[in-house]
Every structure is written in C-alpha cells, then in structure tokens.
Design a protein around this ligand. Structure first.
Ligand SMILES: CC(C)(COP(=O)(O)OP(=O)(O)OC[C@H]1O[C@@H](n2cnc3c(N)ncnc32)[C@H](O)[C@@H]1OP(=O)(O)O)[C@@H](O)C(=O)NCCC(=O)NCCS
Length: 157
C-alpha cells in the first residue's frame, strides 16, 4: 500500500540519466564513496561525458537527484556488450552502483539497479550481470539477482 509519505519520496527521488551539470551537484564526490576517484577537472569530465554520450543507449549512467537539496545521491551504470554467442546476443553489465551514506536504506539502490536492469532488458539483453562484494550479496538478491560462479581480475595499475 502506498502512503502519502512514500509518494512524496517518489517525487523527491527520481531516477534519470546523468547530465553534464551533475558534476556540480556532487556526482564525483558520490563516486568517491564507492572507490578511488580523484578530483576530475571540468575539461576531463566533459571529455569523458561526450565520449560516453557517443555510445548512446549502449552505455547509460543513471542518477537520483534529491530534489530538495539538489544533490546527486545515487548512481549506477550499465554497458551493453554485443556478442556472437547466443545468436548474436547481448549482455548488460551493471557497474558503479552507489548510494550516498546519508540516504541508504530508502530503496534508492534498488531503484537504481531496477532502472539499469530494465534498460538492459529493453535493449534486448538476454541477461544482466555484475560483480559485488560478499557483503553486498543480500542487497543484489533483494534486487532479483542470484550468485553464479566467481570473479577473476588482473590489475594493470
Ligand atoms: C549497496 C548499496 C548500493 C545499497 O543501497 P541502499 O539504497 O542502501 O539499498 P536499498 O535501500 O535499495 O535496499 C534494498 C533492499 O536490500 C537490502 N539491503 C541493502 N543493503 C543490504 C546489506 N548490506 N545487507 C543486507 N541487506 C541489504 C535492504 O534491506 C532492502 O531490502 P528490502 O527490499 O527487503 O526492503 C549502498 O549500501 C552503497 O552505496 N554501499 C556502498 C557502495 C557499494 O558497496 N556499492 C555496490 C558496489 S557492487
């Protein structure tokens, strides 16, 4: 059942695609809560933003802006990989999901992952996958994911 309060939160926290002006709304600082992300110059940000924009729907970064404070409080991205296997199938890769520590536990992470998953489905992907820490496994299970196999990595820097 939806309460008056929850419909208000629905209005305050809407998911939308990243805009270039989000750099001035705390987007980079939010990413710093996820992992190493130094300060980015306006020029470097614009360059990367324009590069990603050329990928169109094959690379989408979404955000949630707190419409009261004007701050970006949640984000995540999805990349569409085109394959030969599975009849030239497509796979969605979800990355860089983070919710500002002040608003965790309000279903915003679930909203972001739902948006990205639906985008992958709409793009014709047969599955959507992601890597996460053991601690975040219950969160992704709540988002409808299940554990499969293991992750391997080789760092170059
Ligand atoms: C993981 C993270 C994105 C979750 O975002 P959030 O907005 O707090 O999560 P939500 O409120 O949408 O939670 C959705 C559901 O998952 C559950 N959940 C969330 N985090 C959980 C955890 N650590 N352990 C168990 N359950 C968890 C919630 O209880 C909720 O359950 P419900 O559907 O029964 O109500 C957030 O904690 C975060 O940004 N962490 C730091 C960055 C990070 O680790 N990102 C993931 C990279 S893979």
């Amino acid at each position: 059942m939806q309460t008056a309060n929850s419909s208000t939160e629905e209005e305050i926290f809407r998911v939308r695609k990243l805009e270039i002006s989000d750099k001035n709304k705390g987007f980079v600082e939010l990413l710093q809560q996820l992992t190493v992300c130094g300060s980015i110059s306006d020029e470097a940000f614009r360059e990367r933003f324009e590069e990603l924009a050329k990928c169109g729907d094959d690379h989408v970064i979404c955000v949630i802006e707190d419409n009261n404070s004007g701050k970006i409080v949640a984000t995540g991205s999805v990349f569409i990989e085109k394959k030969f296997i599975r009849n030239c199938g497509k796979v969605g890769h979800i990355e860089d999901v983070v919710v500002d520590s002040s608003v965790r536990g309000k279903q915003l992470g679930k909203k972001v992952v739902g948006f990205l998953s639906e985008h992958a489905r709409a793009m014709g992907c047969y599955k959507v996958i992601l890597d996460c820490s053991v601690e975040n496994r219950p969160f992704y299970e709540r988002c409808g994911f299940k554990q499969k196999e293991i992750q391997m990595v080789k760092y170059f820097v």
